[in-house]
Design a binder for this molecule. Structure first.
Ligand SMILES: Nc1ncnc2c1ncn2[C@@H]1O[C@H](COP(=O)(O)OP(=O)(O)OP(=O)(O)O)[C@@H](O)[C@H]1O
Ligand SMILES: [Mg+2]
Length: 208
């Protein structure tokens, strides 16, 4: 018996955490065993790598180092948490995965999709989600949801970073376009309950 691997991804503030909570509750109500996890992180080693990735002390960190660290964290996560849970027949719901590294560092960043794809493949040993949800949202809306729309935060989210996040959005859409059998793009500019209903419908159609 093997479980199903569901990933929720998309730009910042698109509603990943909100939808994962709703989905996990709905699955548990149907008596599924559910493992909710996230990247980067999900194991003690991966959480230490996450701390390094988020540490503002190292502005010199190169994009390649960053990808290697995300993927080191992912390798440990796949081996220690995701595969064993799937082998035990559990539903695994993961906040971000390989798609995020492709969108941020590969598509919007300087490294290119080919390189990021190949490092991802090494990290995951070929493990891919059975179902990837890309919660598609204008990043200006996502960042406003996260930081509010007062003037101070408007300054913080300057046009340059908004341009980067728009590229990230395109990166997620491209990632999904290249994997149509495993990916579903959901319009995330809707209310949370309607998005949840769309997700549940896809899960039952695609995973039974
Ligand atoms: N459909 C929605 N419509 C409006 N606001 C929403 C919606 N879904 C979530 N929010 C709100 O937007 C904010 C960001 O949502 P959430 O934390 O779920 O997004 P996220 O994708 O997990 O963000 P992050 O990138 O920070 O992890 C929260 O304040 C949440 O309550
Ligand atoms: Mg979140």
């Amino acid at each position: 018996m093997t479980g199903s691997f569901i990933v929720m991804d998309g730009v910042e503030g698109c509603g990943k955490s909100t939808q994962i909570k709703l989905l996990a509750e709905a699955l548990r109500a149907e008596n599924y065993e559910v493992t909710v996890t996230h990247e980067p992180g999900g194991t003690p080693v991966s959480e230490r790598v996450r701390e390094l990735l988020l540490d503002p002390q190292y502005p010199e960190m190169t994009s390649l180092t960053e990808v290697m660290l995300f993927c080191a964290s992912r390798a440990q996560h796949c081996e220690q948490v995701i595969r064993p849970a799937l082998q035990a027949g559990r539903m695994v719901v993961c906040d971000r995965f390989a798609s995020a590294t492709c969108a941020y560092q590969g598509y919007a960043g300087s490294l290119g999709l080919e390189l990021v794809d190949s490092v991802n493949r090494i990290a995951t040993g070929g493990l891919e989600p059975d179902l990837l949800f890309v919660l598609d949202l204008d990043p200006a809306v996502g960042l406003r949801r996260k930081f509010g729309d007062d003037e101070a935060s408007g300054d913080r989210i300057e046009e340059k970073s908004l341009g980067f996040h728009r590229q990230v959005r395109e990166g997620f859409l491209e990632y999904a376009r290249l994997r149509p059998e495993r990916s579903v793009v959901i319009d995330a500019d809707a209310n949370a309950d309607d998005i949840h209903a769309a997700i549940i419908q896809c899960v039952s159609e695609r995973l039974g």
